[in-house]
Design a protein around this ligand. Structure first.
Ligand SMILES: [Zn+2]
Length: 651
């Protein structure tokens, strides 16, 4: 038992943000810090830490408390374990009263399992450093990989001897309960050692406790698998574990990037060379939990592949999991025949670093490049590849990012962007509908839908959204698109004028004169809403009973903004981190409106001139005069508008 005095000292010393930062990537926002909640899955941070109050609170799932509470919830610590963790972190000397026999017996079941694992790790390490076989086989293997002794000790590497029950016998002899050895998978049901004659890689959880082992065989044995892992146990869930995460987490946060490799030795090699933000998926294909684990520390992942085509193609499939978790994925293809470990040794640290930073390629571009090359000129193969890539892009939750990738894909595959957008919208809608169906009722909130980049609940017909052509209808589309995407935004918040109010009050007189019937219908619906003082929301259009309006809204909300030349320029330069043009409603509304009116005036002018010609041919001079007056007025309006447009070029 920890004395009351020590407990008090620990609680007085601890800073909640410093404890939580060991596990969660926090950013400052005002006086508080925020991050992605580790207790529920989220993509926008609602996890708040208040240094002044010394507490945390998640506004998404409601979890909250102090640093001790955090450790109990997050690490499944007991109260005492949480206190000891903090004491260790702050170098506080802990006074403990003598532990009673009873308390000993009650000691956490999990703790016993960790202890047994630690015992085994120490045993394996002793075998590696102290026995002949350990040295000649195990140690020489690690030395061959260039591992220094301190690296071997840092990662707790070891060697399991070539005897049927060396570990089990030793452990039982030391008083360890064989049940615990079986529980962690170190001892088989026949009381034999699980790992024999293999080098050993302990696997740690995020707080550094050993939860499992991996063993690699070194002698040639065709029957034995090269690697074996501890079975899944109460403390080891393979799909939630990334090898090296405990050693890498600090560096991952610092570098704001996680390097993903395949092998244990790759992790250790890179780490030893000072590249510490590296983890391995331990030979399994990536899981959602692993992706979420990375996402807690950084949104950026760089995957290192060795240059073997078949292997890469297989591995690419796993990457969609990362995209789904909103991670930015970059790929580094190592030179032919090299793995990260071997290439690092061959090239040296500096050359290695330069290589990975210079050849890192965005995942979608990488995949498109690779597969298009393979497909060559075969149109069927090519179509298949495009579907595959669009499938990956559709997994990305952020609609702006999706559009950037569609553009990239369109460039590489030489296919029109609109075709790809249509294809992708279908897939995105399928995913949203599937997610809604899986979650059951109630349907997702507008916020969740917005986060998904879409705002629609009902299944959408499979017919592709309307395709648009620039031309006479372009300005109409422009106006209507702004109404759908940003109608409810404030154009002037002080005056309480919304974008929708501003636009419809300016186009009232031409509401019945839209060339495109659909756009006219939408404009009139917005006008009706504004007159009725109802909000003009995206949902209104996305849930519209008219499928054409619904599809237009879907397309408008997921397609790139086409009209702004300014945005076009930005798009190519900063694309990824730019604020979306949809948020710049004020400028866009005014400009679109001017262009729209210009177009309408041009049209009326043409009609007017035509009419004047007809009437004058027919000798109707009085009427000609009336139309001439209208013409005058139109010309004045046009020049006023032209003055407003500035850069807008008239056709
Ligand atoms: Zn939460």
């Amino acid at each position: 038992m920890i004395t009351q005095k020590s407990v008090q000292e620990i609680l007085d010393t601890v800073k909640v943000e410093e404890v939580i930062q060991d596990f969660v990537n926090l950013r400052r926002r005002g006086v508080n810090l925020i991050g992605l909640c580790p207790f529920h899955n989220e993509k926008t941070p609602s996890f708040n830490v208040s240094p002044s109050k010394n507490i945390f609170k998640c506004f998404g799932c409601g979890k909250g408390g102090d640093a001790v509470q955090f450790l109990i919830e997050h690490e499944h610590f007991t109260f005492a374990e949480a206190l000891l963790y903090i004491a260790k972190k702050y170098n506080i000397e802990v006074e403990e009263t003598v532990v009673s026999q009873e308390a000993m017996a009650e000691k956490q079941h999990f703790e016993s399992l960790y202890i047994v694992n630690q015992f085994a790790a120490d045993f394996y390490q002793e075998q590696l450093f102290e026995t002949d076989r350990g040295k000649s086989i195990g140690k020489s293997y690690f030395k061959e990989r260039g591992f220094r002794d301190e690296t071997i000790r840092h990662f707790g590497l070891g060697f399991a001897p070539n005897q049927s029950d060396a570990l089990t016998t030793k452990a039982v002899g030391m008083g360890y309960n064989v049940e615990f050895l079986r529980s962690v998978g170190l001892t088989t049901q026949y009381d034999r050692d699980f790992f024999r004659d293999r080098v050993i890689f302990p696997i740690h959880n995020l707080s550094g406790k050993i939860i499992a082992f991996a063993g690699r065989i070194l002698v040639k044995d065709v029957k034995a698998p090269k690697y074996i892992n501890s079975p899944e146990t109460e403390i080891y869930n393979k799909s939630k574990t990334l090898y090296g995460a405990f050693f890498a987490k600090r560096a991952i946060r610092q570098e704001d990037e996680c390097i993903l490799v395949e092998g244990y030795t790759d992790v250790i090699s890179l780490h030893q060379s000072g590249i510490e933000n590296v983890v391995a998926s331990s030979g399994t294909s990536l899981t959602v939990e692993q992706a979420r684990l990375i996402r807690r520390y950084t949104p950026n992942v760089k995957i290192l592949y060795d240059g073997d085509f078949a292997g890469i193609k297989a591995a690419l499939r796993g990457v969609d999991i990362l995209l789904e978790q909103d991670l930015n994925v970059r790929i580094v293809l190592l030179p032919d025949g090299e793995d990260p470990d071997s290439y690092l040794q061959q090239a040296g640290v500096e050359a290695f670093k330069t290589y990975i930073s210079q050849t890192a390629q965005d995942f979608i571009a990488f995949k498109a490049d690779l597969l298009m090359k393979e497909a060559g000129n075969d149109p069927v193969k090519k179509a298949h590849v495009i579907k595959d890539i669009i499938g990956s892009i559709a997994k990305i939750p952020d609609p702006i990012k999706r559009m950037v990738y569609v553009r990239e894909c369109s460039r590489i595959a030489q296919v029109s962007e609109q075709v790809l957008v249509n294809e992708m919208n279908k897939l995105v809608m399928q995913q949203v509908n599937k997610a809604v169906a899986e979650k059951g009722m109630p349907p997702p909130t507008p916020g969740e839908l917005e986060a998904a980049g879409i705002t629609q609940r009902e299944p959408v017909d499979t017919k592709p959204p309307e395709t648009f052509t620039a031309g006479d209808e372009f300005q109409e589309k422009d106006i209507v698109r702004i109404l759908v995407v940003g109608g409810s935004e404030w154009l002037d918040e002080a005056e309480q004028v919304s974008v929708a109010q501003y636009i419809v009050s300016n186009i009232e007189e031409v509401l019945d004169h839209f060339d495109n019937a659909l756009y006219g219908r939408i404009a009139r619906e917005v006008w009706a809403l504004v007159v009725a003082k109802k909000p003009v929301t995206q949902q209104f259009f996305l849930q519209h009973e008219d499928p054409d309006i619904k599809n237009f809204a879907l397309s408008a909300l997921t397609s790139p903004y086409e009209y702004s030349e300014n945005w076009e320029k930005k798009w190519d330069i900063h694309l990824r981190w730019q604020k979306s043009p949809e948020t710049n409603f004020e400028d866009d509304s005014r400009q679109a409106l001017v262009r729209f009116k210009m177009r309408k005036i041009e049209k009326v002018l043409t009609e007017n001139r035509q009419k004047i010609k007809e009437l004058s041919d027919a000798g109707e001079h009085e009427q000609v005069l009336a139309y001439m007056k209208v013409l005058q007025k139109l010309l004045v309006m046009r020049s006023e508008l032209a003055a407003q447009t500035g850069a807008v070029v008239l056709k």
